[in-house]
Ligand binder design. Structure first.
Ligand code: HEC
Length: 174
């Protein structure tokens, strides 16, 4: 009987939280910790943006802006706003976890329920995307809260030495 009760309790929590079909968003985007490579993390340890009062953005936000507009905007529209073909990623990241974001970008996805077949390509083997996953995520997170508007960031932090080293290693350079 005790066991049944706890099963019911677990099921109720499941229902209240909306079940597993409703993905959880990343929560509070406030930056609390900076890594050596210039990446800011939120209280849960997920990558986030840091934009100063004068508009200076962290390096990842700036880099993500550039990567997004070279590899994603053709389908997802400029500034993460979406298109008739692919969803607005500034909205997607509100309800997606960081892990889910990485999974979709690396492995791709096919929408077979749509009348038109919309395909999200897998970018896991493309270093121009795979080496910049956090940059893309941080940029889109800044767009999701409107911390960054629909413009090219005017001022940015400098790229750090640690970032350059990690980037070169990922891209296969010496
Ligand atoms: C060739 C067009 C195309 C390109 C390029 C593309 N995507 Fe997509 N993407 C799509 C489509 C279409 C979907 C929706 C697939 C579905 O409905 O299952 C999608 C879905 C996604 C999703 C899931 C969104 C959600 O609301 O569930 C994420 C995250 C995503 N793309 C990220 C990216 C990123 C980051 C890039 C750039 C590196 C990128 N995509 C480039 C077509 C594209």
């Amino acid at each position: 009987m005790r066991q049944i009760c706890s099963v019911i309790a677990v099921m109720m929590i499941f229902v209240v939280s909306g079940g597993s079909a409703v993905a959880e968003g990343p929560g509070d985007p406030t930056a609390v910790k900076k890594e050596d490579d210039g990446k800011w993390l939120d209280k849960d340890g997920n990558p986030t943006y840091k934009i100063s009062a004068d508009g200076t953005v962290d390096w990842f936000t700036y880099s993500g802006y550039r990567r997004y507009h070279s590899d994603c905007h053709v389908c997802h529209g400029p500034d993460g706003m979406g298109s008739t073909y692919a969803p607005a990623l500034r909205d997607s990241v509100k309800s997606m976890s960081y892990g889910d974001f990485l999974g979709v970008v690396a492995s791709g996805r096919k929408n077979i329920s749509a009348a038109q077949e919309n395909v999200m390509p897998a970018f896991g083997d493309n270093p121009n995307v795979a080496c910049y996953m956090d940059d893309l995520y941080v940029y889109l997170r800044a767009r999701s809260t409107d911390a960054l508007g629909r413009q090219r960031p005017a001022k940015k932090e400098e790229k750090t030495e640690a970032y350059t080293q990690a980037e070169d290693a990922c891209m296969g350079k010496k």
